[in-house]
Design a protein around this ligand. Structure first.
Ligand SMILES: Cc1ncc(COP(=O)(O)O)c(C=O)c1O
Length: 378
């Protein structure tokens, strides 16, 4: 377990920020890195061609370390929808075939696969939420010869319900189907081993659990998809783009590995140093330690909200760091605003009050949450 790391952030004592799943605060050090990077463009003559690749490659490598992948497997994207569009462009899908998704999936997942299915005459199947939260069984039962793609999270973004992805992935492979994962709500705080799951594509935005900036994300692509089609054709993704003088010697060949899928202008001089600082800190803390620490705080919140009628997905079916509390009659209107008025920040998603702590939180934040919930009832 890690001690509270609040001093590395800028969170006033009277704020209980329990909303990492919405948007993490940046580390103070990341903001300093970003300020310095922004000022770099006061003097563009100091930016040389190798600088277009240096931080880009470092970010790729750090993200790779987090998931046990190589830099070659990682592309830089601006949003999860971009990475999902790359997956949808490349994963085989034909008329009458099926894409499996969870009901209540994050909208970008649904819209991406609905569009792809429409284009080829395939069908999107939204699997119903199981009453016992056993999504794994629900998915395994739905795999049949028509299923060609499953587009799944590590845990459900509304309530943290956990999927057994290694098991699901092996069943999909046996059935000749592929797997696209959105790991945005778990990577950085929950261990994930790409070698164990072996997804075909996996996306992750940086502005939540990667403690990174908005408008930056990563796309993992399995080696067998690294000769596919990107969704745009930018100069820097082509082989030899390091030689700025030779850019008009147009090439068909791409930079190695997943780099062909990088968004245009991937050398994001302002945001990359911010993302790199966050990734370095996560690796220094250790993701397993982060998971233990946040799970402990979340378990305390579950125990203390039970008497107020709130229920979480049972611990054995839930990602430890992630809570979506439900109660009979639903989340009362105005609860989110009431909490915010008392300096307590959480989200309402679907039918759940989503509470997602991080290592800047402590038991004083939990007390503040409980007091605010009790005051709402009074
Ligand atoms: C499951 C999930 N995926 C992705 C995102 C972010 O998507 P985008 O990168 O398009 O902002 C969110 C944001 O809430 C999310 O909950």
């Amino acid at each position: 377990m890690l001690a509270c790391q609040r001093e590395l952030f800028d969170i006033p004592r009277e704020v209980a920020y329990l909303n990492c799943a919405y948007m993490s605060p940046l580390l103070r050090s990341s903001v300093a890195a970003g300020r310095g990077a922004f000022a770099g463009k006061l003097h563009p003559w100091t930016t040389t061609p190798p600088d277009f690749f240096r931080e880009l490659e470092e970010a790729r490598s750090l993200f790779g370390q987090l998931i046990d992948a190589s830099s070659d497997d990682v592309a830089l994207i601006p949003a999860t929808s971009y990475g999902l569009a790359v997956a949808a462009r490349n994963l085989p899908l034909g008329p009458g075939e099926r894409v499996l998704l969870l009901d209540g999936s994050f909208p970008s997942m649904v819209y991406t696969w609905q569009a792809r299915a429409r284009d080829v005459g395939a069908e999107v199947v939204l699997l119903p939420r199981p009453a016992d939260h056993d999504w794994t069984r629900t998915i395994l039962d739905a795999i049949d010869p028509r299923v060609k793609v499953a587009a799944l999270p590590v845990c459900h973004w509304t309530d943290g319900a956990l999927l057994d992805l290694p098991l699901i992935a092996s069943h999909l492979r046996e059935a000749g189907a592929t797997l696209a994962v959105d790991a945005t709500q778990s990577l950085g705080v929950m261990p994930f081993d790409v070698q164990a799951v072996r997804p075909d594509f996996m996306v992750c935005a940086t502005y939540k659990w990667l403690l990174g900036p908005y408008s930056l994300g990563f796309l993992y692509t399995a080696p067998q998809w690294q000769d596919g089609q990107p969704i745009e054709y930018n100069w820097i993704a082509r082989e030899g783009s390091e030689n700025f003088a030779g850019l008009t010697h147009y090439r068909d060949s791409f930079q190695p590995g997943s780099r062909r899928y990088d968004v245009g202008e991937p050398s994001n001089f302002v945001l990359l140093p911010v993302a790199i600082d966050g990734l370095r800190q996560l690796l220094a803390w250790g993701v397993e330690n982060l998971y233990q620490t946040t799970s402990h705080l979340a378990a305390r919140i579950v125990a203390e909200t039970e008497s107020l009628g709130y229920r979480a997905v049972p611990a054995e079916r839930r990602a430890g760091h992630y809570l979506g509390l439900r109660r009979d009659g639903g989340v009362p209107d105005g609860l989110g605003a009431h909490l915010a008025s008392r300096g307590v920040y959480a989200s309402v998603r679907g039918t759940a009050l989503r509470i997602t702590p991080h290592v800047y939180n402590d038991t004083e934040d939990v007390d503040r949450l409980i007091e605010a919930l009790e005051a709402f009832e009074a």
